[in-house]
Design a protein around this ligand. Structure first.
Ligand code: S3P
Length: 197
């Protein structure tokens, strides 16, 4: 039998940004790249844009300019990205630390929180050298304590939450698309078609 490519269903309003947030190591960058390809949308990665603009890696920026400088750059970039539409935006893990960023994120599109257990995160970041906030301490207890401090901020921004533990990138993307479709179907049933009123 002839195999046809699986059609991409019409998820998420074409103009709506899909924004990925979550702790380091949950897979935001990989998932956003795949999601962008699947939906044929532009992918914007805040860390990558900051690093390109400053022509330095994230660890170099932290080391030379300090975390407050990085956070200010991150905030300025997010304010700029508010003008985007229809993009997949992958955010650095600490973007939710500022209340003005949390407000911005919520106004910019559908915010998807990727999660993982501290154990999964610990295993995933063990070999990474690009995470200045974990460079000196990558222990489970340090990760647990950072997660505990941040959890309420992640939750406060999130429209949808997806656990990434033991899931492939393909499965996480399929889950995101299924959740977006379900949300849109529910909105349509309640208020008529949200995208074509
Ligand atoms: C950070 C996460 C990193 C990067 C920086 C700070 C954080 O991004 O922005 O190292 O505070 O959680 P990723 O979550 O994409 O690794």
């Amino acid at each position: 039998m002839k195999a046809y490519p699986t059609p991409i269903p019409n998820h998420a309003a074409p103009q709506e940004n899909i924004i990925l947030i979550g702790f380091m190591g949950v897979g935001k960058t990989t998932v956003s790249a795949r999601l962008g390809r699947m939906l044929r949308r532009t992918v914007l990665d805040t860390d990558q844009i900051i690093a390109e603009r400053l022509q330095a890696s994230i660890p170099e920026i932290f080391e030379r300019r300090g975390e407050p400088f990085f956070r200010a750059a991150e905030h300025m970039l997010l304010s700029e990205l508010k003008r985007e539409s229809g993009s997949v935006i992958s955010c650095g893990g600490g973007i939710i630390l500022r209340s003005d960023n949390r407000r911005l994120l919520r106004s910019m599109g559908t915010v998807i929180l990727l999660t993982a257990t501290p154990e999964t995160i610990c295993a995933r970041v063990s070999q990474r050298t690009d995470l200045p906030l974990l460079s000196e301490n990558r222990t489970l207890s340090h990760i647990q304590s950072m997660l505990k401090n941040r959890e309420r901020f992640y939750r406060a921004c999130a429209d949808l939450t997806i656990s990434t533990d033991q899931k492939s990138v393909a499965r996480i993307c399929a889950k995101i698309l299924a959740l977006l479709n379900r949300r849109d179907a529910e909105a349509k049933a309640a208020h008529g078609n949200p995208h074509f009123p």
